[in-house]
Design a protein around this ligand. Structure first.
Ligand code: EPU
Length: 433
């Protein structure tokens, strides 16, 4: 029931520190299920999805303890249950990684079908195909994924589509499979490399993560480990776009600039100045943005998770921009909300044509999913007057302390509760045990 109130047209300036990557953390935490000792995960983002996953881990018996706001100790030795069907599992997408991890550890898993952002059909056939190839019997009954194996044996698996989720899930299940598993046409996202690095640190034998062929030689045991999650590419990109849209000058710190190449290239084309350092990117914009075209692709292509934010940016640029969404069949649902600001966008199937130069004004709009929510914030920062953004809970799933970070850069943004009272950032309230 919380809302953001944003008064736009304040150029952002200063420095923002990027949190750990959500999509890496949600793969690394389930991987701990297979460890034989305590693991400590550092640089975890303090976001709703991580708290849901922690609940899910506790529900199967893991002992979790926050050592600090961003460090979680997880003791998996007491995990006895291979069944994960609670609401915390149902409410998020990445809980499906528990299937691969529990199957790896117990040779059996029962996990509720995942929820998460709704932008059309989100099949998991490639995950299931991988588990079957490793020797599991797999079924979906009453909304629960069930996978059972007498033994897991290495196999050669070719993914029909490049899938982040299937690549990670098969990698997890294959860690203890006897012999060699190869995943061909694997996804190459930085979070896949991060998860593989963590598994290898614990004793797994995975080679090729970050290329389209991953080779896993089965091992018998994983040890405990302490691991630091990589910075969040999508959070970083969102602040880079926020700087561009406000005619700002923002240094986005604690990032891996290489991960930002697809966005940096587009922002340069749009007339922003991009200055790269070892672990930061500075985005300077004089407000005179030129339109460009975007085609979303699997990494190292332009990320679909920055597509909504780019639509907002193109709306205020000079000229017409065409966005082609190649990953998700229905990821333009948020456009109706952008139109409330005066954005001029026409959607035809997987293509959105954005007529730039819109004189956008503040509006009341609803976040329909996580990145759609981020796009509304980008619009609000550029709009004349006040914006009210409803459904902040979607934004809290993936952005740590977004209003604090934006306020530090000079934005006028406040979180209010349903009575209009300035509200504590629930994201900051720790559930430290
Ligand atoms: N696909 C299949 N079959 C499968 C799996 C995927 O056909 O078994 C298709 C999907 O329908 C889609 C494409 O393959 O067309 C890519 O899906 P992928 O499996 O890569 O997506 P995901 O693993 O479910 C992750 C991120 C998403 C991000 C996508 C694409 C996590 C937890 N989620 O989802 O992130 O959009 O990769 O990069 O890692 C977000 O953070 O806002 C978010 C939605």
């Amino acid at each position: 029931m919380e809302r953001f109130l944003i008064n736009g047209q304040k150029p952002l300036s200063g420095e923002v520190y990027i949190s750990g990557a959500k999509n890496a953390a949600v793969a690394v935490i389930p991987a701990v299920v297979m460890a034989s000792d305590v693991c400590v995960i550092d640089n975890l983002p303090n976001i709703e999805d991580i708290r849901s996953l922690k609940d899910a881990m506790e529900n199967i018996g893991a002992k979790c303890e926050y050592l600090s706001e961003h460090s979680l100790s997880i003791n998996p030795t007491a995990i006895k249950s291979y069944i994960a069907t609670t609401d915390s599992v149902r409410n998020m997408r990445a809980s499906y990684y528990l299937v691969g991890a529990l199957l790896g550890r117990f040779k059996k898993a029962e996990v509720a079908l995942p929820g998460g952002c709704n932008f059309g059909n989100r099949p998991i056939d490639q995950h299931l195909k991988g588990f079957k190839a490793l020797g599991a019997k797999v079924s979906i009954e009453n909304g629960i994924i069930k996978a059972y194996a007498d033994e897991l044996k290495g196999a050669s698996i070719y993914l029909d589509v490049v899938s982040v989720g299937a690549t990670v899930n098969i990698m997890l299940a294959a860690v203890f499979a006897e012999g060699i598993t190869t995943i061909e046409n694997a996804a190459k996202e930085p979070h896949i490399v991060d998860c593989a690095n963590f598994l290898n640190m614990m004793g797994a034998n995975i080679k090729g993560a970050g290329t389209d062929v991953i080779r896993i030689i089965g091992v018998e045991k994983l040890n405990g480990a302490r691991y630091t999650i990589i910075p969040d590419q999508i959070e970083a990109g969102t602040y880079m776009i926020a700087s561009a849209v406000t005619g700002g000058d923002v240094v986005v710190r604690n990032i891996i600039p290489k991960h930002m190449d697809p966005l940096s290239a587009k922002l340069s084309e749009m007339n922003c100045e991009i200055i790269e350092g070892d672990d930061y990117i500075r985005v300077k914009s004089n407000g005179n943005l030129i339109s460009t075209n975007i085609k979303t692709r699997a990494y190292p292509g332009f990320p679909t998770d920055l597509q909504p934010q780019m639509t907002a940016l193109l709306s205020v640029a000079e000229g017409t921009g065409v966005i082609t969404e190649n990953i998700w069949e229905n990821r333009f649902q948020y456009i109706d909300e952008l139109k409330r600001f005066g954005c001029n966008v026409t959607v035809e199937g997987r293509v959105a044509v954005v007529e730039g130069g819109a004189k956008i004004t503040g509006a009341t709009a609803k976040a329909t999913d996580l990145r759609a929510g981020a796009a509304l914030i980008i619009c609000a920062l550029a709009a004349k007057g006040q914006t009210i953004i409803e459904n902040t809970r979607f934004i809290d799933r993936g952005y740590e302390c977004i209003e604090h970070k934006l306020r530090n850069l000079g934005a006028d943004i406040t979180r209010v509760d349903k009575n209009g009272k300035i509200s504590e950032n629930t994201v900051l309230i720790q559930k430290v045990n």
